[in-house]
Write a protein that binds this ligand. Structure first.
Ligand code: GLC
Length: 481
């Protein structure tokens, strides 16, 4: 099957979050399936252009029209990728390479990704790759289904399209004039993209894609409710017949405690006690916490954003630190109020709390390996990957039972049996605190039970093999095979 995967970010080239990880692993997993031909198209950001590790060749150049605009598009093919995925970068200096900052956050993001969505289709056509299936992701490529079904039908007469929602909070809103000014779509498509008089790119994708998926089964159900759907619950309820949840995997080659080059010591499920203890001691030293082997180290690697459940952690933090013997380590950047809170907490409890307000992938890996307990009280979580990374590295998760957290962390009982971590059902601080305490209790009073839980976590199959198979099933279903 010929499959084109389109996205605004993909590791290792450019990544801001979980979408980037998925776009590294999913195309590779699809390419491993015999008979598949997989193309991945990404924007040619400045940081990719400037990175000598990613040599490219110019395949072709043309102009992509966008309303009254005609914008340059250079198609760069990445050289040297050996896993069968053909990677093309869409080069446009004005939209992607002339910018210095982060991947997203420019005033004209709407226009940048409208351009990218259209340029992706032009790219596939220009390189002569007419796919059986296009898989596109989040608001940045949400215009692809609409363009495909309207102005590109002749170029891709039989191509089916799957739209995947990784995060419904960002929908690609623009004011009504965007429709004619930038999109240049035929007028009869206006209602497909219209939401309350504005343009909503994600709504257009949900309506025009052949199938819609999201990144866990529970999140697919949650999206029927206003609490989770950020205004799109009605649109998604109407599309429920074509909405499926496929829980993500993680790249178990990259995330492997036996080989991860970022770690000071290595370990595997069959023999992890000494290696993990060495990682913990080194981590405590690295972040300035006392090297106490028997004090449970609770860790969190996260964007410091409200929906990650930080309000709950702020609410319980002092009580937890007063009542329990434990250490707390946070890595991440984000909203000022949380950065401030954790800096102050670290100053108040210098021997107990460390806050690293930065983005550091190496340190993140050392935290997954050196921690004992991984906290993830997200208010909502489409899938979440870090709880799986943590489990793979033998760190026991304590999570809010929502979205992908509910699907990947079945609850263990007090003795640590019957599940993979500790969970709480309703989103409130006291229930979160109670679940953290259950986990600490197991650590302090039944270390063998805790180790057994760590072993179970480490031996789960979180690889992409199963989810990639489910994507294939849906691809075949779309193609009528
Ligand atoms: C988004 C979601 C996260 C998910 C990731 C990859 O970042 O917030 O839950 O794991 O996408 O699908």
């Amino acid at each position: 099957m010929k499959i084109a995967v389109l996205a605004s970010e993909g590791a290792p080239y450019a990544k801001s979050g979980g979408l980037g990880d998925v776009m590294e692993a999913l195309p590779a997993a699809l390419a491993r399936i015999p008979g598949n031909e997989v193309v991945l198209v990404l924007p040619y950001y400045k940081k990719i252009k400037d990175n000598a590790a990613y040599p490219v060749e110019l395949v072709c150049e043309f102009e992509t029209s966008l309303g009254w605009r005609k914008q340059y598009c250079g198609v760069m093919k990445l050289l040297g990728r050996t896993d069968g995925v053909q990677v093309y970068f869409v080069d446009n200096q004005y939209y992607f390479a002339g910018r210095t900052g982060a991947i997203y956050g420019d005033m004209d993001d709407g226009e940048r990704y409208a351009y990218f969505s259209k340029a992706c289709l032009d790219t596939l056509s220009a390189v002569g790759f007419i796919p059986d299936v296009i898989q596109c992701n989040d608001w940045q490529t949400a215009l692809v289904p609409t363009y495909l079904k309207s102005v590109y039908r002749d170029v891709f007469p039989d191509t089916k399209i799957m739209y995947t929602i990784h995060n419904i909070e960002y929908q690609g809103w623009a004011n009504a004039s965007f429709f004619d000014d930038v999109l240049g779509l035929p007028w009869e498509w206006r209602s497909c993209l219209d939401m309350g008089g504005s343009v909503n790119m994600m709504k257009g994708a949900i309506e025009s894609a052949d199938l819609v998926t999201t990144v866990s089964e529970t999140y697919a159900r949650e999206l029927m409710y206003p609490y989770y759907a950020h205004g799109l619950d009605g649109v998604l309820s109407d599309a429920a017949w074509k909405l499926t949840g496929i829980t993500n995997g993680i790249d178990t080659n990259t995330f492997n405690p036996a080989t991860d080059p970022a770690l000071p010591a290595h370990f595997s499920a069959s023999d992890f006690t000494a290696g993990k203890a060495a990682c913990k001691a080194a981590l405590q030293q690295e972040v300035g916490l006392p090297q106490e082997a028997d004090t449970p180290l609770m860790v969190m690697v996260t964007r410091l954003a409200g929906h990650k459940g930080l309000d709950l952690l702020c609410y319980i933090a002092r009580k937890l630190l007063w009542e329990e013997k434990c250490q707390l380590l946070i890595l991440g950047t984000g909203e000022a109020q949380y950065e401030q809170f954790f800096k102050e907490l670290a100053a108040e409890f210098p021997d107990r709390v460390a806050a690293k307000i930065t983005f550091n992938l190496g340190l993140a890996a050392r935290i997954y390996a050196g921690g004992d307990i991984y906290l993830m009280p997200s208010k909502s979580e489409p899938c979440g990957l870090s709880q799986m990374n943590a489990m793979r590295y033998g760190t026991v998760p304590v999570v809010h039972a929502t979205g992908g957290l509910r699907d990947t962390v079945p609850p263990a009982d007090e003795k640590g049996q019957g599940g993979l971590g500790f969970t709480f059902q309703s989103y409130n601080g006291d229930d979160f605190l109670a679940s953290v305490k259950r986990c600490l209790n197991l650590y302090h009073n039944d270390r063998e039970g805790f180790r057994a839980l760590q072993y179970r976590d480490m031996t789960q199959d979180f690889s992409w093999n199963v989810p990639a198979g489910r994507y294939m099933d849906l691809f075949r279903q779309m193609c009528g095979q």
